[in-house]
Design a protein around this ligand. Structure first.
Ligand SMILES: Cc1cc2nc3c(=O)[nH]c(=O)nc-3n(C[C@H](O)[C@H](O)[C@H](O)COP(=O)(O)O)c2cc1C
Ligand code: SF4
Length: 678
């Protein structure tokens, strides 16, 4: 019997959880027609099979028609959900994992132009900044209707065989009643704390009446909104006491903060570069006060911190949610004594940001997450071992090497620099983005363990590659920043990469033209502004940093606003000329024949990268496939069998930014799809 605190069973009422690790409720936006079908099921089953104790499915599963999906949520108000949830629960139960679901009415945290175009509902008329809808203020018949909807949804989940439910009370309708910042109701639902909690208590009462005492019911709630005029810590403690005294809840899941803006949400769910486990001590205080089972998740990314959370008595169950998106097999690895092989979550928040942009959750550095059906996490050995030569040790090259080695191939990697990392190493120069290096370090460690041979400081040309007598060559040489295309003045430009690498010294009055919209411009701006320089970021797009999504943008904006960096949208850079001791930047517009000028001493551009592809084109004539990729086979994970050149000695492929400038996920996905079929 293990003595690891994380692996101790936990008794939650009549339910024995096999360990202390859970997936806290998170909506990956995989629902199809509002139902958790095969993709959804496979995602949870993968983690259940690997040993997680509890999965809190869905995220914000909707109990009412006028709570339309904000991010492709499960529609718990439909009877057909029972069959789908039964199938999911059955599969997870077969693997020994308990299953619950989070139910909610989103209130004003959604939009009226989704679903049935019903007005969104709240306890007041103020819009929520993040979702923008101005809600209807609830009438008595709305309250009665929604209470009944909650009870109906709870009953559906009980009928589907789930072990319990969790109600969402942070930023959604339930705590929109609690918080004086939103609630504009008259008595009996507005005013005193008793009145503000009345709706939640009536919902809990109705649910209990419907599901009885044996079904587990918990609540995930903001016990301190950390906002002027909102629920204070003292009031949160009082709410906690009242929830306990009601006898209606079996567990508490603690949240600290508010989520009505991107910035606030980022403090509740911290991203890369932010403090680890920032609310753990607070959750511990709640547990000490309430003395009932307490759950919590917020950037507890590594097993050591999770273990501490349990061992120190701060929590009964610890959520490692994004950590399990990055590596679904955490528990299995702990059990096998392979903790050091866990693929670390790097806090890039690609997963969560994507759902707010209308996509499904994908992990920046694990392309199999959310693609369990078509791209399994496990990699099977190949029938025949080959010699694979990879050029470039950035994320794409390392992933190709890792996967090819797992397939049993003999792999050698040539890298021009003296370390692995490529563009990621440059990105990680900004301390806030340093966690990105884990993406490289983990792959490099895995490659070394698998016997991949690395040749650093090796600027491989075609002869170097041919001398390895390869069966397969993969060019993963990445790209170089682009700095051309102005009507005048290309030679006067500095790139964002020059600033990040230290090759160019920051000016004192700087215009940054950001055409790529990714992190590089923001990071360069931060580096330059930190010297005290004046910085303006200009972009041709309608929005700033179009490729950096909401929560990921928060730390950058905090840094940049704090230093008075200015943003100008819908203008493009047309020309740069010398003017006296400085430069004149000429701006133009797509909207008309408008021009503006700026007098500056430095113009920095972020125009994306262009493929570093000389080697690829040098190697092409000697290859069997002349570099051609069979996309049908690539997508189907089938072997590449294009034959264009009978004289060819090897198969040749290129991946990642060596093909075209894309993001890290795309580069790794290119590598994984290709290599697992080699
Ligand atoms: C893709 C995604 C969707 C989420 N959706 C919800 C949700 O609907 N309801 C909720 O309470 N929390 C949601 N969360 C927050 C998680 O439950 C958790 O609090 C958060 O990810 C912090 O924990 P972690 O650092 O272990 O990931 C979501 C998280 C992710 C990554
Ligand atoms: S996208 Fe980033 S934050 Fe999300 S799970 Fe993957 S590594 Fe973690």
């Amino acid at each position: 019997m293990s003595t690891d605190p994380l692996l101790q069973p936990f008794q939650l009422k009549h339910l024995t959880l096999r360990n202390r690790l859970m997936l806290s409720s998170h909506e990956p936006a995989y629902a199809e027609d509002g139902m958790p079908k095969a993709r959804y099921r496979a995602y949870h089953a993968e983690r259940a099979r690997a040993g997680i104790g509890l999965t809190m499915t869905a995220g914000s599963a909707s109990v009412s028609r006028d709570s339309p999906p904000a991010f492709n949520n499960i529609l718990a108000w439909k009877d057909e959900v029972v069959g789908w949830m039964r199938a999911l629960t059955g599969e997870c139960h077969d693997h020994g994992c308990a299953v619950m679901i989070q139910l909610t009415h989103l209130g004003r945290r959604t939009r009226w132009d989704r679903g049935d175009w019903l007005p969104s509902l709240s306890s007041g008329h103020d819009r929520e900044v993040a979702h923008r809808a101005f809600p209807k203020k609830a009438e008595d018949w709305d309250i009665a209707r929604v209470i009944a909807d909650y009870a109906d949804a709870a009953e559906r989940m009980q009928a589907a065989g789930l072990d319990g439910i969790e109600l969402e009370a942070y930023g959604h309708l339930m705590d929109q009643f609690w918080t004086p910042l939103v609630n504009e109701m008259e008595a009996p639902y507005g005013g005193s704390l008793d009145n503000r909690m009345r709706f939640a208590m009536e919902v809990l009462g109705a649910i209990r009446e419907r599901v009885g005492d044996d079904f587990i019911v918990g609540i995930r709630y903001a016990a301190d909104e950390v906002e002027q005029g909102g629920i204070t810590k003292a009031e949160g403690m009082e709410i906690t006491r009242r929830l306990k005294a009601s006898g209606l809840v079996d567990f508490l899941n603690v949240i600290r903060g508010h989520i009505d803006t991107d910035a606030a949400l980022t403090d509740v769910i911290p991203v890369q570069g932010m403090r680890s486990a920032p609310h753990l001590d607070f959750a511990g205080e709640i547990r000490a006060e309430a003395q009932i089972p307490t759950l919590h998740a917020a950037k507890i990314q590594d097993v050591a911190t999770a273990r501490h959370a349990i061992a120190s008595g701060k929590l009964d169950i610890v959520g490692m949610t994004r950590a399990h998106m990055a590596d679904p097999h955490i528990v299995a690895k702990i059990l096998r004594g392979e903790e050091d092989r866990i693929r670390p979550c790097v806090g890039a928040n690609y997963c969560l940001d994507r759902i707010y942009m209308g996509g499904g959750a994908l992990c920046l550095h694990n392309p199999s997450t959310g693609r369990e059906l078509e791209l399994p996490h496990e990699i099977a050995p190949a029938a025949e071992a080959r010699r694979v030569v990879i050029v470039g040790a950035g994320p794409a090259g390392l992933e190709a090497a890792r996967v090819a080695a797992l397939r049993g191939h003999e792999v050698v990697v040539h890298e021009a620099a003296n370390d692995p990392g490529g563009q990621v190493r440059l990105t990680a120069q900004t301390p806030r983005r340093a966690e990105m290096m884990s993406l490289i370090d983990w792959r490099f460690a895995e490659c070394e363990r698998l016997g991949v041979r690395f040749q650093f400081n090796s600027f491989a040309d075609a002869d170097t590659v041919r001398a390895e007598a390869p069966d397969v060559v993969i060019v993963a040489t990445g790209g170089l920043p682009h700095a051309e295309g102005l009507a005048e003045g290309d030679g006067l430009l500095v790139t964002a990469w020059d600033i990040l690498s230290g090759d160019a010294r920051p000016g004192s009055n700087v215009l940054i033209f950001d055409d790529a919209g990714d992190f590089a411009a923001l990071q360069a701006a931060e580096t330059i502004a930190a010297t005290g320089a004046s910085v303006e970021i200009v972009t041709r797009d309608r929005n700033i940093a179009s490729e950096v999504m909401g929560m990921s943008l928060t730390p950058s904006l905090r840094a940049l606003q704090g230093r008075d960096v200015r943003f100008t949208v819908t203008w493009k850079l047309d020309a740069v000329r010398r003017a006296g001791n400085g430069l004149e930047a000429q701006l133009g517009s797509d909207y008309g024949a408008f021009t503006r000028t700026r007098e500056v001493d430095q113009v920095v551009v972020n125009l994306g990268t262009r493929p570093l592809d000389d080697l690829y084109f040098e190697l092409r004539p000697g290859s069997v496939n002349l570099g051609e990729v069979d996309y049908e086979a690539l997508v189907a994970l089938a072997p590449q069998d294009v034959r264009r050149n009978p004289e060819g000695a090897y198969r040749l492929f290129r991946i990642g930014d060596a093909v075209s400038a894309r993001n890290t996920h795309a580069a790794i996905y290119d590598a994984l799809r290709l290599s697992r079929a080699l």
